[in-house]
Design a protein around this ligand. Structure first.
Ligand code: 15L
Length: 274
């Protein structure tokens, strides 16, 4: 059985993944925060990946890394810089130094969020990030490309849509990624023998998709779900109007907002008492 390190394991995506893959791999869960849910047989290593020493400690002796750790929405530059630029670099570099060849990097639909919804894009388009967060994901993709070409690492980048059992609004009908489809794509990323550097879209087989996900299908991905099943219900609830830019582009509100509520805010430093 392969040993897999999942960083950012306490978040929603990490929790879904740990549940779905519990019987398939020996999982080491890592996060700065406590795990809200635990699963039998999985161990936990607390780590702050913005510190190289922590990144080196947790990446030792694993077969592959699913690097979910980081800031997951648009927000203050300091948080994004520490978690998604410095933290991402530390994880790739620590993996290289520890001889871990395979890294799965969950990038985001926000790396290409400024493509219009009317355009179908594939894995070969140049990035068009919609936020500082999106830029940080493009950084991770570029770093993965460098580590694949220069150091022979095997890097699987998934531009993830919205991980949820059901779509939550109109935009998410196009980018829904159900937990079981997520688990399937991640398993391909861990096990496929021919991964060198790949970009795929982490989405279910959505009828309203604006992605041509041919590269994922080439590697064997067969999504089980399609957001369309919930379309009538979701569209009936969708508020009319909305920001014209957010409505036009794939990234939605990330194209206009400076700050999006973070489901997993970074812990704030306690002020010293005088
Ligand atoms: C993302 O990249 C975020 O991590 C996630 O929280 C969602 O906001 C998602 O994109 C989305 O676009 O729905």
């Amino acid at each position: 059985m392969r040993t897999i390190l999942i960083t950012g394991a306490a978040g929603d995506v990490g929790t879904h993944l740990r549940r779905e893959l519990a019987s398939r791999y020996r999982i080491i869960a890592s996060d700065l925060r406590n795990l809200k849910e635990t699963f039998k047989g999985q161990s936990f290593k607390r780590a702050d990946i913005s510190k190289m020493s922590d990144a080196l400690r947790i990446t030792k002796g694993v077969d592959a890394i699913v690097h979910l750790g980081g800031y997951s929405v648009e927000g203050p530059w300091e948080g994004i810089l520490n978690a998604n630029i410095i933290g991402c670099y530390n994880v790739f570099e620590a993996a290289r130094r520890n001889g871990v060849k395979r890294i799965l990097f969950p990038t985001s639909n926000h790396a290409t969020g400024f493509y219009p919804r009317s355009q179908t894009i594939d894995h070969r388009v140049y990035p068009k990030p919609d936020s500082r967060y999106g830029v940080s994901k493009v950084f991770g993709e570029a770093l993965g490309s460098l580590y694949a070409d220069k150091y022979g690492m095997e890097v699987f980048c998934m531009r993830i849509g919205n991980v949820n059992p059901v779509p939550i609004d109109k935009r998410r009908l196009s980018i829904l990624f159900t937990p079981r489809d997520l688990a399937q794509l991640v398993s391909i990323g861990i096990e496929h023998p021919d991964v060198r550097f790949e970009i795929v879209y982490g989405v279910s087989g959505n009828k309203r998709s604006w992605y041509d996900n041919a590269n994922a299908y080439r590697l064997g991905y067969k999504p089980q779900d399609d957001g369309e099943k919930w379309a009538a219900e979701i569209l009936a609830k969708e508020p009319a109007g909305g920001d014209a830019i957010a409505e036009k582009f794939q990234g939605g509100v990330f194209c206009v907002a400076e700050d999006i509520p973070n489901p997993a805010p970074l812990p704030t430093k306690k002020k010293k008492r005088k």
